[in-house]
Design a protein around this ligand. Structure first.
Ligand code: MYA
Ligand code: UBL
Length: 267
């Protein structure tokens, strides 16, 4: 009986292997499907651990989540080469901004995430089953992208509580995933909070994934991702009138860095 099950298992694995070899679409779907599965299954196991260790919703759970997610890269043959980690060592809170290419960014995020740092995420993620639950427990701040006024209200609240809670906040200023090898124009929410709270902005840039990951071409192989944490940009003394300039400055620096890290000449 048990031998029968083993044979069935081996046959299914062999079939999947042959299908993956034959069809890039199947290969891609299985690899991405496995990535989602890892998140759902690992979240289910991590939720009780977070509850037992820290009791409820707190940024301290991010340390546990980080430990789990940092193992995922080995399943996909991904390597991260990180430079400038020392730039996270600012005194007190800060806003961290980075480019956002794909859901694979969650591995890159956890690879460098400093302690006491929460992310801003779209509210829909809260309903993503076990993943939603673990993100909630990690202290992630949810915004409603369909309502500018409510998103701005949440962001203003974040600016106020950052100092009292002494947390850093990670924002993807492009506001959505973009896997073209370039940056989308930045939304200004992150820079408004930085100025309101008078805290530095720390840019983090991930090299382009296009050489190893492209959903349109069903491409998802192993690869190396270069990450650079750039020096903090101070906002002391800046007012709301300076937000546009601050946003532009950050955008230009990050775009140059993205092109340099990805081996693409700047325009
Ligand atoms: C084990 C398993 C574990 C799993 C772990 C997973 C970890 C989880 C990680 C999850 C990661 C998930 C990652 C994700 O989910 S990424 C998706 C969600 N993140 C974002 O969208 C963040 C970036 N967006 C912004 O910053 C936007 O600006 C917001 C959302 C705030 C509004 O956007 P919206 O499109 O509605 O409006 P707008 O940008 O045109 O702005 C309109 C006007 O308002 C001004 N304005 C804006 N803000 C402020 C402010 N605070 N005070 C005063 N003014 C402000 C602004 O300058 C503009 O005015 P003007 O300049 O045109 O005159
Ligand atoms: C029990 C039923 C549950 C069904 C839920 C299905 C939804 C699956 C969602 C998440 C699976 C795990 C992925 C880990 C978190 C990914 C975070 C992420 O990268 O979100 C994208 C967001 O930054 C920008 O969104 P858009 O590019 O604007 O879109």
């Amino acid at each position: 009986m048990e031998l029968g099950w083993l044979l069935w298992g081996a046959a299914v694995l062999l079939l999947l292997h042959v299908l993956m070899e034959l069809s890039p679409a199947v290969n891609f779907a299985l690899r991405i499907g496995f990535y989602y599965l890892l998140f759902f299954v690992c979240s289910a196991f991590t939720v009780p651990v977070c509850l037992l260790v820290n009791g409820g919703r707190t940024v301290k759970n991010m340390r546990i989540i980080k430990t789990v997610v940092k193992t995922f890269k080995y399943f996909f043959g991904l390597r991260f080469e990180v430079k400038g980690r020392e730039n996270f060592e600012v005194e007190g809170p800060a806003i961290i901004v980075s480019n956002h290419q794909s859901i694979l960014d969650m591995m890159g995020l956890m690879e460098v995430l400093p302690d006491d740092c929460v992310q801003v995420a779209k509210k829909e993620l809260m309903y993503a089953g076990t993943v939603g639950l673990i993100i909630y427990l990690g202290g992630v701040i949810f915004i409603n992208r369909k309502s500018t006024s409510s998103a701005k209200m949440v962001m203003a609240e974040v600016a106020k509580t950052m100092a009292t809670d002494n947390v850093k906040v990670w924002v993807y200023p492009e506001g959505t995933r973009n896997c073209t090898g370039d940056l989308l124009p930045f939304k200004k929410g992150a820079f408004h909070i930085a100025v309101q709270a008078q805290v530095p902005v720390i840019p983090v840039v991930y090299s382009s994934f296009t050489t190893f990951y492209n959903p349109k071409k069903n491409l998802f192989t192993s690869g190396k991702i270069k990450v650079e944490v750039l020096p903090p940009i101070e906002t002391k003394g800046l007012t709301s009138d300076d937000v546009s300039d601050l946003t532009d400055r950050c955008y230009r620096t990050m775009r140059e860095t993205l092109f340099r890290l990805s081996g693409r000449p700047g325009e």
